[in-house]
Design a protein around this ligand. Structure first.
Ligand code: DQA
Length: 143
């Protein structure tokens, strides 16, 4: 099964952000781990990152044509982008929302996700390993 792994705004800078929150690894290192975990689970991952909201929405639309599951970490868009929420709602495959940090124990404005009720599963505050949990969820859902 092919899985779209879509990282959003500022996820390209995780190695320059607070390592306590974001794990201290680069996006490149994170994606390398995701590709490895996917292989172990017999999934084919396609990892992408953008700081452009419209492109992120276009990738959600694009996933309709080929993905059997989708993993998203939209960064700060999580908290206010109804455009991304609407795009995810169109998908007819399982979608997992991932956050490296525990957004439920941070600032008040981060506790709200406008996506939470259109996704199938949420993995929050588990660091990079959270992406592995998301892939495991998708691989189990396909059986
Ligand atoms: C994040 C949490 C968001 O609140 C933040 O804006 C991010 C990353 C996370 O993975 O913990 O950029 O999505």
């Amino acid at each position: 099964m092919r899985v779209a792994v879509l990282n959003g705004v500022n996820l390209d800078m995780i190695d320059r952000r607070d390592p306590e929150l974001y794990g201290g690894i680069s996006l490149n290192q994170l994606e390398t781990r995701i590709y490895q975990w996917a292989l172990e689970l017999e999934l084919i991952a396609d990892c992408r990152q953008t700081n452009m909201e419209g492109l992120f929405v276009a990738w959600c639309h694009d996933a309709l044509d080929w993905a059997g599951g989708v993993v998203v970490n939209p960064g700060a868009w999580t908290h206010y982008s109804y455009a991304i929420r609407d795009a995810l709602e169109i998908l007819d495959v399982p979608v997992v929302e991932v956050h490296l940090s525990n957004i439920e124990e941070r600032e008040e404005w981060r506790r709200r996700s406008v996506l939470s009720d259109v996704v199938s599963e949420r993995v929050i505050g588990k660091g990079p390993e959270g992406y592995r949990d998301a892939l495991v969820y998708l691989s189990e859902r396909q059986r």
